[in-house]
Design a protein around this ligand. Sequence first.
Ligand SMILES: Nc1nc2c(c(=O)[nH]1)N[C@H]1C(S)=C(S)[C@@H](COP(=O)(O)O)O[C@H]1N2
Ligand SMILES: [Mo]
Length: 219
Amino acid sequence: MKRKMLVFILMLSFLLIVGGCSQEETDGVSMATENRYRESEIREYEGARLDPAIGPRDNSIKGVQLVDTEDYTLKVTGLVDEPIDLAYEDVLELDTYRRKITLYCVEGWDATILWEGSLLEDIFNTAGMDPKADTVIFHGVDGYTTSLPLETIVNNQLILAYRSNGLELPPEMGYPFIVVAEDKLGYKWARWVTEIQLSDESDYEGYWERRGYSNEADL
Ligand SMILES: Nc1nc2c(c(=O)[nH]1)N[C@H]1C(S)=C(S)[C@@H](COP(=O)(O)O)O[C@H]1N2
Ligand SMILES: [Mo]
């Protein structure tokens, strides 16, 4: 009797494990990944699979920030004709750009997401650029900073995104705004951006750059 029971339990466990594994993957997408997609999130673009906009982990310096756009402004400061405060809606009113771009973190993971946002250059132009500016420093609500050469932003038409995979940017990804720093490592992708500072400090070092990461941040 005892032995029969043991055999039964062993068979049952075996079936559960095998069954569990075959359920684990659909089209090479793990259940854990599958569960991270939000309802009605776009999962495919031009024949290629998109990753969920919400990542499996959070490595932000102070955790996920919750920004209320009712009392929020995006400041454009520094080497500009006139510093300005943009409301969330002001940024959304600029022309919309849509691009599928992959974010690569130094920790080894990556995420391919469909981004929609405004051209950073259009945002700078609302304040008017001082010709002396050659660097752009981004500030996040968590005190995070990082910078990019102005030339990189203009030549590559980099955007400040407010939508990912067809939905509003989630807090985890930087709501209201994330810098989509195409072809640059993840730490250049400032999230929860609250201030864009035009500067001539071309050797400025942001949070991770000061801690030894390359200022070029090339892939
Ligand atoms: N404001 C802010 N932006 C940030 C960070 C941060 O800590 N604070 N982390 C950066 C890093 S290192 C990466 S890889 C990307 C994605 O971060 P995640 O790994 O926490 O999703 O956001 C970047 N932007
Ligand atoms: Mo990162």
